[in-house]
Write a protein that binds this ligand. Structure first.
Ligand code: ADP
Ligand code: MG
Length: 239
């Protein structure tokens, strides 16, 4: 689904990604962990073409992404959920979820609304269909943001610290929604500090620091016997 070869990203003189190599297969749940500033968001943003790599190659479903690639076509395959939900505050839940399927995919209002309702029902928010973001809790907003991404029927979902901005009591409902998605076989790349989720739901853990992948292993291996000294240090602080 995703292959990344020797990816480098500079912001001016700042060398943020220093040769990332990674592969994500269909149905994989890859969890990226690492200290703040290590380049995790930049890595995700390169996969979703929100940033353009300085060098290196990214393949999405076998297709090499380059300057000629139709960004909108690729982004339709990849849903992204951010720390701050970025919902449109002037639209209700239904409006938020149906906007892109109608505008970008050209679906009719009826079909887009059917899809929205189906996903809202699945995550138990169908009674909020006409609510505005300001009327929802943080956890509900983030679940709506997940619904909105899913409504585009992506093949891959990227999550960038989806629970970091939430009050503690709302973290679980969002993680459970994500876990449900993983169980259905969605291909997912998740940046998170939720070590419980990483251990329980992740198929693979990628540990990043200083713009590099320092360790990549199974959750069992990573959490019981991390090999890299910086991974050991990181875990000693967060566990
Ligand atoms: P993480 O998500 O792991 O916390 P980021 O990918 O957000 O790390 O950032 C990695 C580094 O790149 C940081 O030093 C950050 O300040 C820098 N950076 C990120 N985005 C930009 C940008 N658009 N312009 C300049 N520097 C950036
Ligand atoms: Mg980040």
């Amino acid at each position: 689904m995703i292959r990344v070869e020797d990816l480098h990203k500079n912001f001016g003189k700042l060398h943020v990604l220093k040769g990332i190599n990674a592969k994500v297969d269909k149905g994989d749940v890859v969890v990226i962990i690492g200290p703040s500033g290590s380049g995790k968001s930049t890595f995700l943003r390169c996969i979703n073409l929100l940033e353009y790599p300085t060098s290196g190659k990214i393949y999405i479903e076998g297709e090499l992404i380059d300057k000629k690639t139709d960004v909108n076509r690729i982004r339709q395959k990849i849903g992204m959920v951010f720390q701050h939900f970025n919902l449109f505050n002037n639209l209700n839940v239904l409006g938020n979820i149906t906007l892109a399927p109608m505008k970008v995919k050209g679906l009719s209002k009826d079909i887009a609304e059917d899809i929205a309702f189906e996903f809202l029902k699945k995550i138990g928010l169908e009674d909020k269909i006409y609510a505005f973001p300001s009327q929802l809790s943080g956890g509900q907003r983030q679940r709506v943001a997940i619904c909105r991404a899913l409504a585009m029927q992506p093949d891959i979902m990227l999550f960038d610290e989806p629970t970091s901005a939430l009050d503690p009591e709302m973290v679980k409902e969002v993680l459970m929604t994500m876990e449900g998605l993983a169980e259905e076989g969605m291909t997912m790349v998740v940046v998170t500090h939720e070590m419980g989720f990483a251990r329980e739901v992740g198929d693979r853990i990628i540990f990043m620091d200083g713009g590099q992948i320092l360790e990549e292993s199974t959750p069992e291996q990573f959490f019981s016997h991390p090999e890299n000294s910086r991974a050991q240090e990181f875990l000693s602080k967060v566990l």
